[in-house]
Design a protein around this ligand. Sequence first.
Ligand code: AP5
Ligand code: MG
Length: 225
Amino acid sequence: MRLVLLGLPGAGKGTQGDRIAVKYGIPHISSGSLIREVVASGSEVGREVDSYTRKGELIPDELAMQMVYERISKPDCAKGWILDGFPRTVLQARALDQRLAQIGLDVQMAFDIRITYQEAIERIAKRRMCSKCGAVYHLEHYRSRDMSVCDNCGGELYRRTDDTEETARTRLVVYMRQTHPVLHYYSMDGRLYSINGVRPIDEVFADLDHYLQRLAPAESVGDAL
Ligand code: AP5
Ligand code: MG
């Protein structure tokens, strides 16, 4: 299964990516998380990419592609992957298709998880992330037992540096300008599936899963949620 999750910042790409990964046993790869790991490493590349993400701008295509390609070439990706936040420009989408075509593969489905601007701003303001395992919480909609500690691993919860209201607004503009055309790219050959993301997390997942079962019938998957 090779999937792409698209949608405004805060649409639920990370939240749904985690669920798909659990149900279908394939890795959920968030380009944003890969970038945050590089930033946390304190390397020179980390400092370079941090200067973009802090402002809510995209990092250069070449750097994003390099990080994602390296990740999807690891052995745990042999049965597929869920890409979240990549591709984010038409250039990245084309390059990914070309790269996969060289080894006889493709992106099978791209999902557009749709929410409103207002919902995006509200979700981003109230999101908290685990500093250890990357789990995503929300102060109201999806709480951990103690909102300073992760339920999964006990890691400390934090607010992303790009989750301020000002940066979130920039990210929305950047999405419409640079990522929205990617929807058209995948719709042209029938690979785009539109999902209403302004519903409870379980309902959004059920909709996604309805399509995913076309690729992997329920009886062939491992442990269900
Ligand atoms: P990235 O980390 O990908 O951020 P993003 O696209 O802005 O998306 P978010 O992670 O903010 O939202 P999400 O859709 O994952 O929502 P989530 O599940 O967390 O990228 C960060 C930065 O890295 C970019 O700005 C850019 O600089 C750079 N970058 C990344 N990829 C790049 C690329 N390919 N090229 C260039 N630059 C790149 O949910 C949000 C909140 O809502 C959570 O609190 C969650 O609990 C809650 N929630 C989720 N679903 C629901 C629901 N159904 N109902 C109620 N609440 C919900
Ligand atoms: Mg995310």
